[in-house]
Design a protein around this ligand. Structure first.
Ligand SMILES: Nc1ncnc2c1ncn2[C@@H]1O[C@H](COP(=O)(O)OP(=O)(O)OP(=O)(O)O)[C@@H](O)[C@H]1O
Ligand SMILES: [Mg+2]
Length: 306
């Protein structure tokens, strides 16, 4: 008998911190262990979340979430519907602020700075931590204007009548930026000849890559993606997946996906949320999928529930 384990009368091994008990109905009463959520990596985290709790009215949507996210990598968030993945993602750039009933406690640090600190600049925050949604949402403007919108709004590029009259119109700079962002979003070759066409006239997969280009145009550091390919066909999905892997060489990508194969294919680390808004396991994607430490996570991944 080892120090850590005790052999019980029915011959099963257990220890003091036994975390999983099968009940008669088969569901597990497993308790999450802190070490299942420990993920170590070299360097400082880009995002560091500590004891994050979110309520919508009385509904406790996220419970004591602590997680560090490394830079220039893809972190996948998976888990059954309603477990709080989108809620968590929105906490990372304060999009939940827009929901009146949402109440948030805990800290989220971005490069060591608390994004919920009083006086935090939300425009700057959302520029540095951009977001791409499930359904592509280009503006009803031209392809060019969609990409140039952010840089124009933030004053990074001077366009329009006044700069023109003042001789400060930066059309060339804008053209270069639009091309670069569309190239980085793997869309340039498909839209080069129709930059002035309305963005709503291109395909869904192209629209989603345009939204990624629009996000890149303001030079973000982190890109949050909430099921960015779930409304797309397999070919468009493959393009987005390739793109995400390329983006991770320069950006930090955090992606919510319902597609386990997608998470396994493209992510470096995976965080598994389960019903009740609990982060149950976080680790190297290979470890989480091939050798999960939690029985509930294994059941979820192997399709036994969720
Ligand atoms: N705006 C809101 N107002 C009230 N409750 C909300 C709101 N948004 C989410 N919730 C609740 O919070 C919980 C978590 O929702 P969330 O959308 O984060 O889950 P999810 O994991 O993204 O689910 P899905 O996979 O279906 O997108 C759910 O119980 C949901 O009903
Ligand atoms: Mg969601």
């Amino acid at each position: 008998m080892t120090e850590a384990s005790v052999t019980t009368t029915d011959g099963t091994e257990s220890d003091d911190t036994a975390s999983s008990i099968e009940t008669t109905t088969g569901e597990s009463t497993e308790r999450t262990k802190a070490e299942w959520r420990e993920y170590s990596f070299a360097g400082e985290p880009v995002l560091s979340v500590e004891d994050l709790n979110v309520w919508y009215g009385d509904d406790h949507a996220l419970q004591d979430i602590s997680i560090d996210i490394p830079e220039e990598s893809v972190t996948a968030l998976i888990g059954p519907s309603g477990c709080g993945k989108s809620t968590f993602l929105r906490c990372l750039n304060r999009m939940n602020d827009r929901i009146d009933v949402a109440r948030i406690e805990g800290t989220v640090e971005f490069n060591g700075e608390d994004i919920y600190a009083e006086g935090a600049n939300l425009v700057e925050l959302r520029k540095r931590i951009g977001m791409v949604f499930q359904h592509p949402n280009p503006f009803p403007k031209s392809i060019r204007e969609n990409v140039a919108y952010g840089p124009r709004k933030h004053g990074d590029i001077q366009r329009g009548l006044v700069p023109k009259l003042l001789g400060r119109d930066e059309k060339n700079k804008e053209d270069e930026l639009v091309e670069q962002c569309l190239r980085d979003a793997a869309l340039w070759d498909e839209v080069e000849a129709r930059l002035d066409d309305n963005a709503l006239g291109i395909s869904g997969g192209q629209q989603q890559r345009l939204c990624i280009a629009r996000c890149l145009a303001v030079d973000p550091e982190v890109i949050l993606m909430d099921e960015p390919a779930s409304a797309l066909d397999p070919i468009a999905t493959a393009k987005i997946e390739d793109l995400i892997e390329d983006l991770a060489e320069e950006y930090t990508v955090v992606i919510v996906t319902h597609n386990m194969q997608q998470a396994a294919r493209i992510s470096d680390q995976t965080a598994v949320f389960l019903t009740g808004g609990e982060l149950v396991e976080y680790g190297d994607t290979d470890q989480v999928f091939e050798n999960p430490r939690s029985q509930r996570v294994e059941d979820y991944i192997t399709g036994k529930f969720g």
